[in-house]
Design a binder for this molecule. Structure first.
Ligand SMILES: Nc1ncnc2c1ncn2[C@@H]1O[C@H](COP(=O)(O)OP(=O)(O)OP(=O)(O)O)[C@@H](O)[C@H]1O
Ligand SMILES: [Mg+2]
Length: 389
């Protein structure tokens, strides 16, 4: 069928034509936004799950829903080598400049002044121009260099300004497992203060399955945060990930074709999108048949092997690949570090750095102490295909 109209979207963070099976989290976020506008601030949201399950697109949906309500929203991705201070500062520039009108209220002017000082704390050469006269305006002081002090001041003043306009501030942080410990601790502390003192400030974190443990270790009260485990799409709605996008383009799926794609994908969103895209491309249409799906899955697997899996495999050094091979024997469920060491005939301690490097690169995570698992569903089978090829 016409590739131009292909509605499927495999790819990191790509918005699906139909965002399926995440109603609970979306509804909870919508409630939290409305509660915050009424002065009742909820604990942070934490979305966690394996690679490709749809954390980023859900986080982006959160951001969009807050933006639609006129909120001040920043969405950032940790782990790009930039500090939290810089990422957050830069992400706030656009929403602040939207609000920086000549009619801006006193509290907004103060928040802008504070944001300017925050900017100066990490960027001594650049400055922001909002085209406003800030002489005689209070604020500033978010440039002590102490992250906890500066971030608290910035977010407090922003929350005050938001409150004045009956909106709130939403901070969405992706790949949050890559924040360093002091950044994460600071965020947890500020989020906790916001919930306690009812600032209209909501946080949403997204990251790998290790994120809840990392947060709890950073601050014990992170146990009170609202955790959403993002997984495969529920059986009852998974077909909609294929049928809704097709219907929007006047196409449809045979039931057998849907069943085949659903089963082959393990209901993982990334794989559904990939198989959906390829099945569409091979189909004559307007109905995607079982035969189209069979071909689509074959081609989809090729694409996944050469892209989704390959890109990650190539990120590992030869020693790390050896470690991953030893893990793959256990499938996707996780391996004991000790067992891997004996498979590789090494002392567990000597493999510590390799294991740490794999975790750092986001290829593996520790579901519990002494255990290591793949972050990518299907990685074990991919590795098995490599060694037998
Ligand atoms: N609820 C959903 N319904 C249909 N498709 C989805 C859904 N969620 C995500 N997808 C699709 O799945 C793919 C992966 O989504 P996304 O990048 O958000 O995953 P992720 O969990 O952030 O992965 P990573 O850990 O690699 O960052 C994208 O192609 C996206 O379009
Ligand atoms: Mg993501």
């Amino acid at each position: 069928m016409d590739r131009v109209r292909n509605p499927y979207s495999p790819g990191a963070g790509r918005k699906p034509a139909a965002l399926v099976g995440r109603d609970d989290a979306i509804r909870a976020w919508a409630t939290a936004l409305q509660r915050a506008e009424r002065g009742r601030t909820d604990q942070p949201f934490v979305l966690y799950g394996l690679r490709g399950v749809g954390k980023t697109v859900l986080l982006s949906e959160f951001r969009r829903n807050a933006s639609k309500r006129g909120w001040i929203v920043a969405q950032i991705e940790a782990g790009s080598g930039k500090t939290l201070r810089e990422l957050l500062g830069e992400a706030l520039y656009a929403p602040l400049s939207d609000l920086a009108q000549p009619t801006a209220g006193k509290r907004l002017l103060k928040a802008i002044r504070t944001a300017l000082s925050f900017k100066a704390s990490y960027d001594t050469t650049g400055t922001w121009s909002f085209g406003l006269d800030l002489s005689g305006v209070d604020g500033g002081g978010a440039d002590t260099g102490i992250l906890d002090t500066d971030l608290r001041k910035l977010l407090r003043d922003l929350s005050d300004a938001a409150e004045e306009q009956n909106i709130g501030v939403a901070i969405c942080i992706d790949e949050a497992q890559d924040l360093n410990v002091s950044e994460l601790t600071t965020l947890c502390t500020v989020a906790h203060a916001a919930a306690q003192d009812e600032w209209p400030l909501l946080f949403a974190f997204a990251g790998l399955p290790s994120l809840p443990r990392i947060m709890a270790e950073a601050k014990s009260y992170a146990e009170r945060f609202q955790y959403f485990r993002i997984q495969q799409i529920d059986e009852t709605v998974v077909a909609e990930a294929l049928t809704i996008p097709a219907a929007q383009e006047d196409a449809e799926w045979e039931d057998d074709a849907i069943d085949l794609v659903v089963v082959s994908s393990g209901r993982y969103p990334y794989f559904l999108q990939q198989y959906g895209q390829e099945s569409w491309n091979v189909a004559v249409g307007p109905t995607i048949t079982k035969h189209d799906a069979q071909l689509g899955i074959l081609q989809g697997n090729n694409q996944l092997d050469n892209g989704f899996f390959r890109a990650r495999w190539d990120r590992a050094t030869p020693a790390e690949q050896q470690y991953l091979r030893a893990m793959a024997i256990d499938g996707d469920t996780g391996s004991s570090s000790g067992e891997i060491a004996s498979r590789l005939e090494k002392k567990p301690k000597s493999l510590g750095p390799t294991r740490a490097a794999l975790i750092n690169k986001g290829l593996a995570f520790a579901p519990e102490h002494g255990v290591v698992a793949f972050t990518v569903p299907g990685m074990a089978a991919f590795i098995a295909r490599q060694t037998t090829a």
